[in-house]
Write a protein that binds this ligand. Structure first.
Ligand SMILES: Nc1ncnc2c1ncn2[C@@H]1O[C@H](COP(=O)(O)OP(=O)(O)OP(=O)(O)O)[C@@H](O)[C@H]1O
Length: 204
């Protein structure tokens, strides 16, 4: 099933930041959102993930099909790495965390309390969580922040494996994710119409 956004207008703090956004994301495909700071990438991802309503337009194929990873990793600091993943596996009704531990190079860290991990290790654990959700559409906001080059490559490998299993990924980033086959969507900030133009339209 495709994820589609049709003519979306999204806002932050009641102020429109993007309008007329339409795209389709098919199973097996990745779409990278690019745009300058403040362009509205996070706002768009939050809307697609159902964390806030759209001002206009429609998202289809989202809802419970989405696994969202934002800027905050949302880890349980007093649980170990494996306990964190077990917790999420139970929440999402999936089983088995070994593939996720291995894909994100967390096997040697599995008994460490999440709160004691470095920033990059925490990010790897936050991304490993995606794999145990079992959800087909990954919506990721700057997923490689804090990751070193080797970990970015691990991330790219995990995304590729997910796409190969019929999953899809929508990702905002400022850096090259190492997934050249991904499509790119350039986010252009909302420009309010000049008042005169709005008035002119009223006479058409
Ligand atoms: N809580 C908020 N209340 C009001 N405005 C906000 C809020 N959060 C973000 N904004 C504004 O909304 C606009 C879009 O922000 P958003 O975080 O979606 O951009 P972004 O493209 O993800 O930026 P970046 O690349 O810096 O992460 C920006 O002008 C930002 O200042």
């Amino acid at each position: 099933m495709e994820l589609t956004a049709s003519n979306l207008m999204v806002a932050r703090g009641g102020v429109p930041v993007l309008e007329g956004v339409s795209f389709a994301l098919a199973p097996g495909r990745a779409l990278v959102l690019r745009g300058p700071n403040g362009a509205g990438k996070t706002t768009l991802l939050r809307t697609v993930a159902g964390l806030q309503p759209a001002m206009q337009g429609e998202v289809r194929g989202a809802g419970e099909r989405i696994a969202y990873a934002g800027h905050v990793d949302g880890l349980k600091t007093m649980l170990s790495v494996s306990e964190n993943l077990d917790f999420w596996a139970r929440v999402f009704g999936s089983s088995g965390i070994d593939a996720a531990l291995s894909a994100f190079n967390l096997v040697a860290l599995q008994d460490r309390l999440a709160g004691t991990l470095s920033a990059g290790q925490k990010r790897r654990l936050g991304l490993a969580r995606l794999m145990v959700t079992g959800r087909p559409v990954w919506v990721l906001d700057e997923p490689t922040v804090s990751l070193d080059a080797d970990s970015v490559a691990l991330f790219a490998g995990a995304v590729r494996a997910h796409l190969g299993q019929g999953g899809s990924a929508l990702m905002a980033t400022h850096i090259d994710l190492g997934i050249p086959e991904a499509d790119v969507f350039d986010v252009a900030p909302y420009r309010a119409k000049p008042r005169a133009a709005v008035q002119d339209e009223a006479f058409l």
